[in-house]
Design a binder for this molecule. Structure first.
Ligand code: NAD
Length: 310
């Protein structure tokens, strides 16, 4: 197997950080693409010069020209406006639909056999845009949200319990919005369900903080998070390129699964060399199902708005 090639569209906060984390685990050669002249090239040069210190052997190129990306194994789409103070993810819909559509068209043209991981928000709707524009099979297009939202939930749990993140298995479903559905009954710490370890009011407080995890950071920084989102994108790309077959929450195409009926939403999946190889179907109780359905309804509303734009 030759060296892997990963294109990262958008060389801003999430894109450049994704590149940095990816080369740290020697995921493959990276092509950073941005529309701003000099930005991707400059970040790529700076990152390349970290190589001799960090001792990685990946080639990092920056460009505005999609020809450079030809034959990529994975395209990570971070190009898109991030939200600022006072904005919801949904406020980004029109502008980011335009950006994700144009970027996906280039990605599909130059890398027709690639997998696409979307990061741009509003996430679930942007995955739909990428899938529609590329025409790729459902297992090849997915979105990074669950990895981040699970990481936030896990961090809050470990902080509260004094536990190790290595011992936490988190399950979270639904759209990447305030109505995401962390599932404490299926979330375990050293194989014990969170519901056995913490009082309901404490768990509810952690769920609420997880749901508002993005805005908590926007309120502190004035712009959106990027270290943890980038780590989430690399975890997904690594699972695919290294055929890890790991189970993680990710925005994936669900037809009959969970009765979703043909939309991209957050569900636990198995990620490996086939992309989304399997959707793990859990036995949800009434309360969990209702929360999931509510979240999916929100995703469907966003998709119906997107359909008028593409
Ligand atoms: P940023 O502004 O730092 O970077 C975005 C980059 O995209 C900019 O450099 C911009 O020039 C570039 N860009 C715009 N249009 C382009 C095009 N047509 N082609 C190539 N590049 C283009 O923003 P960021 O903080 O990196 O966030 C990027 C996106 O990721 C936002 O939409 C943000 O909301 C989203 N995000 C998602 C998650 C998640 O969990 N899914 C988490 C954090 C951020």
């Amino acid at each position: 197997m030759g060296r892997r090639k990963i294109t990262i569209a958008g060389a801003g906060n999430v894109g450049a950080t994704t590149a940095h984390i990816a080369v740290g685990v020697e995921l493959g050669d990276i092509v950073l693409i941005d529309i701003i002249d000099g930005l991707a090239e400059g970040k790529a040069l700076d990152l390349s010069q970290a190589g001799p210190i960090q001792k990685f052997n990946c080639k990092i190129t920056g460009s505005t020209d999609w020809q450079e990306t030809a034959g990529s194994d994975i395209i990570i789409i971070t190009s898109g406006m991030p939200r600022k103070l006072g904005m919801s993810r949904d406020d980004l819909l029109a502008k980011n639909t335009e950006i994700v559509k144009s970027v996906t068209a280039q990605a599909a043209k130059y890398s027709p056999d690639s997998f696409i991981i979307v990061v741009a928000n509003p996430l679930d709707a942007m995955v739909y845009v990428a899938a529609k524009t590329s025409g790729f099979a459902g297992n090849k297009v997915m979105g990074m949200a669950g990895a981040l939202d699970c990481a936030r939930f896990t961090y809050f749990i470990t902080d509260q319990l004094g536990a190790s993140a290595e011992d936490v298995e988190c399950v979270l479903m639904g759209g990447h919005g305030d109505d995401m559905v962390p599932l404490p009954r299926f979330t375990t710490v050293s194989q014990v369900a969170l519901t056995e370890l913490m009082a309901k009011d404490k768990i509810d407080a952690l769920i609420e903080r997880t749901r508002k995890g993005g805005i908590e950071i926007v309120n502190l920084l004035g712009y959106s998070a990027y270290y943890a989102p980038a780590a989430g994108a690399v975890k997904m790309a690594e699972a695919i390129l290294k055929d890890k077959k790991i189970t993680m929450s990710c925005c994936a195409f669900c037809k009959d699964e969970y009765g979703v009926g043909g939309y991209f939403v957050g569900v636990p999946v198995v990620l490996g060399s086939g992309g989304v190889e399997k959707i793990v179907e859990l036995e949800l109780n009434k309360e969990e199902s209702e929360a999931f359905e509510q979240s999916v309804l929100h995703v469907k509303e966003l998709v119906s708005k997107v359909e008028k734009l593409i």
